[in-house]
Design a protein around this ligand. Structure first.
Ligand code: ADP
Ligand code: MG
Length: 226
């Protein structure tokens, strides 16, 4: 039976597969992933190390390609796009936060944050987002002069400044101490909610996951709604 797509799904995955070949051994990391999320939902992606969370986020985020299946973003199948279309979609509709901030060392915080605006030809007051994230007074510092938590908040601002439809975050507070992680995580959730973006956030931490709308669990290459 063909499953019907939710009328208001903004992200929909259908039977997504991805296999890696390691020294002649096939590893079926994604083995029929099916799920849907609605506009504005914030969803935790959980599962043990090696279960395929990063692989899945990279396929959704157009950083890698699935082998088969469909990934629909606003009803548009992104698996069928060419490289140029993928670059545009990534730039306009998506935002990313990684475990390590990936800020450009030679630019100040504010210059880093403005990169997506420049790439999209947008002009916008960045101050409200800086305020939500509590980094207004760090705006003119380069990353090396910021603490780990501040660097990660700058990375979050950069991922959200162009108001993406979908934020993807891969263990965004995984390299911070627990107290800082907790703080930064709250600010991340708050800024996503302020913008009304949807988000898929991979985390190991059940307590952080419980603050999101619901949990998607990776198990045997599939995704189960917990
Ligand atoms: P998670 O993020 O849940 O820890 P990953 O998606 O990073 O899981 O990895 C899933 C599995 O795929 C792991 O066994 C990993 O070693 C393997 N894997 C990830 N990326 C590659 C790659 N580029 N080539 C081969 N194997 C990979
Ligand atoms: Mg990972």
């Amino acid at each position: 039976m063909v499953k019907k797509t939710m009328a208001n799904a903004m992200l929909s995955l259908k039977d997504v597969h991805k296999t890696y070949s390691n020294a002649g051994q096939d590893l079926h990391v994604l083995n029929g992933v099916d799920f849907e999320i609605k506009s504005g939902e914030i969803v935790a992606l959980m599962g043990p190390s090696g279960s395929g969370k990063s692989t899945l986020l990279q396929a959704i985020g157009l950083l890698d390609r699935a082998d088969s299946g469909q990934i629909l973003l606003d009803s548009d199948d992104i698996t069928q796009k060419n490289d140029q279309e993928r670059t545009l979609l990534r730039r306009q509709k998506l935002g990313f936060v990684y475990q390590f901030h990936h800020l450009l060392a030679e630019f100040t915080a504010i210059e880093n944050i403005k990169i997506p605006l420049t790439l999209n030809g947008l002009e916008k007051d960045v101050n409200p987002l800086l305020e939500v994230l509590g980094i207004t007074d760090r705006a003119n510092h380069r990353p090396a002069r910021l603490s780990g938590g501040e660097q990660q908040r700058v990375a979050i601002a950069r991922a959200l400044i162009h108001e993406p439809r979908l934020l993807l975050a891969d263990e965004p507070t995984g390299n911070l101490d627990p107290e800082t992680a907790d703080n930064v995580f709250n600010l991340l959730l708050k800024s996503v909610r302020v913008q009304g973006s949807a988000a898929v956030i991979a985390t190991h931490n059940p307590e952080l996951a419980s603050r999101m709308d619901y949990i998607l669990k990776m198990e045997d290459g599939k995704v189960i709604k917990a």
